[in-house]
Ligand binder design. Structure first.
Ligand code: BGC
Length: 265
């Protein structure tokens, strides 16, 4: 219960990694805002599971790429919980296409949600963290931001240039924000997941042939589960990580260890 007395907002919290993170923060004692944009029933289900464990939860619909949606969501969340201590910028999507076929719409959609959405939510969160300041009995920091990046902030990804560019952007967005807000006792860090079993990459793990192919990229020889990411987030936002800011935590079973070089080079 290391997060008891704290309120967290998790974007894209009705499925995949966001869902596991919302449940994990609830299990660590936090009250949780479950943001979603589609499938309200799945967001309500996550909220009910958190409430069943004795915490408070609120599902809020907002498209993170829209400034007015984000501002309305933060106002509602702060009004409901009194304040916010943790913001996990998780919402993200892929719109894959080879470069020559990629439309401007596909490019813009990915950049708007994955990068602009993280900027908009981080800005609103920092406004609240700064206004409230540190409350020692609750947390050593005035607030904690977690940015969901990807191994593709580092690994180039043909056929996914919009996605890789968005995650490269998330890295410098996070690091620059971390530098700017550290004097306010606000910590900003990122998680860079590798291949995690979620709907976004179903085609990479749902058949035995696809899974076998995927494992050639994963030295640890198993796909990641959303809970692997949730554990890392719960630690990063706790006071146990109070001296950690501006860091990217790779949770990828070794995907960034260049497994192609195990025997080659
Ligand atoms: C992508 C997944 C992919 C994984 C590893 C993630 O960021 O969203 O589709 O399987 O990176 O390549």
């Amino acid at each position: 219960m290391v997060l008891a007395g704290q309120a967290a907002l998790v974007t894209g919290a009705n499925s995949g990694i966001g869902k596991a993170v919302a449940l994990g923060l609830g299990a660590s004692g936090a009250d949780v805002v479950v943001n979603y944009v589609t499938n309200p029933e799945s967001a309500e289900e996550v909220a009910h599971r958190i409430e069943a464990s004795g915490r408070r939860a609120l599902a809020i619909k907002a498209d993170v790429s829209r400034e007015e949606d984000v501002q309305a969501m933060f106002a509602k969340a702060i009004n409901h919980f009194g304040t916010l201590h943790i913001c996990v910028n998780n919402a993200g999507l892929q719109r894959d296409a080879p470069l020559l076929d990629m439309t401007l719409k596909q490019w813009n959609e990915v950049i708007s949600v994955n990068l602009t959405g993280q900027f908009l939510c981080a800005r609103e969160a920092v406004r609240e963290f700064k206004t409230r300041g540190v409350v020692r009995e609750v947390s050593a920091a005035a607030g904690k931001l977690v940015f969901m990046s990807s191994v593709h902030q580092e690994i180039p990804w043909a056929g996914h240039v919009n996605y890789a560019a968005s995650k490269g952007g998330v890295m410098q967005l996070m690091r620059s924000i971390a530098q700017e807000v550290a004097p306010l006792a606000i910590r900003a860090n990122a998680i860079a997941p590798g291949a995690i079993r979620t709907p976004i990459n179903k085609s990479a793990w749902e058949t035995p042939a696809a899974y076998k192919e995927l494992m050639t990229l994963v030295p640890y020889k198993r796909i990641g589960e959303p809970e692997d990411i949730a554990q890392a987030v719960a630690w990063l936002v706790s006071d146990a990580a109070d001296y950690v800011t501006g860091a990217t935590f790779f949770v990828d079973g070794g995907m960034t260890l260049f497994p192609g070089f195990t025997t080659g080079g």
